[in-house]
Design a protein around this ligand. Structure first.
Ligand SMILES: Nc1ncnc2c1ncn2[C@@H]1O[C@H](COP(=O)(O)OP(=O)(O)O)[C@@H](O)[C@H]1O
Ligand SMILES: CC(=O)N[C@@H](CCC(=O)OP(=O)(O)O)C(=O)O
Length: 281
């Protein structure tokens, strides 16, 4: 396709030179400074528009324990009482976000660190209490993200770095899973950019045997996903990650990859890595 060609999705028209990478970095990479700095260098070297999303669940759990606040997680989601909300705001919005931004600035990448409250970029709704009260946890819906405002920031040559803190528009900060934020940002921005979503973590991708890095599953479609779940090859944190990934691929995002943070550099050289999702094989 030539530079002037366009592809149409939904009601918008996307120029093919508007490629965007939305990249989420996992908690175990954030916790390892060597891996994190390598990843941030490779992230800086990637051409095109980029958005980085991070959580830092592992660091939040460690700090909670140090402060004598018992961490509670249900199906990978943190029960966020008022004390825990203070911890995650400090850890995600402060310590981790500002450290990542400073490293990116050192690399020559003009990063700007954000919670969802900054610029009203991500507005969520406090999760209703059903069988479990998750506390100050915010759920994203189809109106949570305004793609144009995030686009304006990128067109001004800033690289947005979002942490896992959002707000309800009524003065309340909320804790939102970072995998879900990455997927929702990718879906919203797919209206304006040809968008690829990449989940980087500490393994080669989705593995047949979690202890064998050579057992990479290169492609997964919804049918194979069901099969892998039944066989319990996929479990714990990988389940919500894949659910978010499939939501993205079926909502206008061009490609979704789940892979090792050390392999991000391969993207620049068009070398395949990790597990690639498809709507159907
Ligand atoms: N089949 C699988 N392949 C790879 N990882 C898996 C698999 N099944 C479960 N996992 C687990 O999922 C985890 C990734 O999910 P999570 O911890 O939520 O990611 P992140 O670090 O990005 O926040 C891995 O560390 C691994 O323990
Ligand atoms: C509501 C909820 O569970 N929020 C997550 C946000 C951080 C996150 O997603 O961090 P990782 O990417 O490191 O897992 C939490 O506090 O653990």
């Amino acid at each position: 396709m030539s530079k002037s060609d366009t592809v149409s999705t939904q009601s918008e028209t996307i120029k093919d030179d508007k490629k965007l990478y939305v990249i989420k970095i996992g908690g175990n990479v954030i916790d390892n400074s060597e891996n994190l700095y390598k990843f941030l260098k490779d992230f800086t070297a990637l051409p095109g528009y980029k958005i980085l999303v991070h959580g830092g669940g592992k660091v939040a759990t460690q700090l909670s324990e140090t402060l004598g606040i018992e961490p509670k997680l249900v199906d990978g989601r943190r029960i966020t009482d008022i004390e825990t909300l203070r911890v995650v705001t400090m850890v995600y919005g402060g310590l981790i976000n500002k450290n990542i931004v400073a490293q990116l600035q050192r690399n020559g990448n003009n990063a700007i660190g954000l919670t969802g409250a900054d610029g009203d970029f991500i507005r969520t709704k406090k999760r209703p209490v059903k069988t479990i009260d998750y506390g100050f946890v915010g759920d994203i819906d189809e109106n949570s993200i305004n793609p144009q405002s995030i686009s304006n920031l990128m067109e001004a040559r800033f690289t947005p770095v979002f942490c896992a803190i959002t707000h309800d528009g009524d003065g309340q900060l909320l804790n939102t899973n970072a995998d879900t934020i990455a997927s929702a940002i990718a879906v919203a921005l797919a209206k304006l950019y040809e968008t690829t979503l990449i989940y980087c973590f500490e393994k080669k991708g989705v593995l047949k045997d979690i202890n064998d890095e050579h057992s990479l599953i290169k492609d997964i479609d919804p049918l194979k996903y069901e099969d892998l779940k039944t066989q319990q090859i996929i479990h714990s944190g990988m389940l919500p990650k894949l659910d978010n990934a499939f939501t993205a691929i079926s909502s206008g995002v061009k490609a979704v990859i789940i892979g090792h943070s050390d392999d991000l550099g391969k993207l620049k050289h068009n070398q395949p890595f990790g597990t690639r999702l498809s709507k159907s094989l």
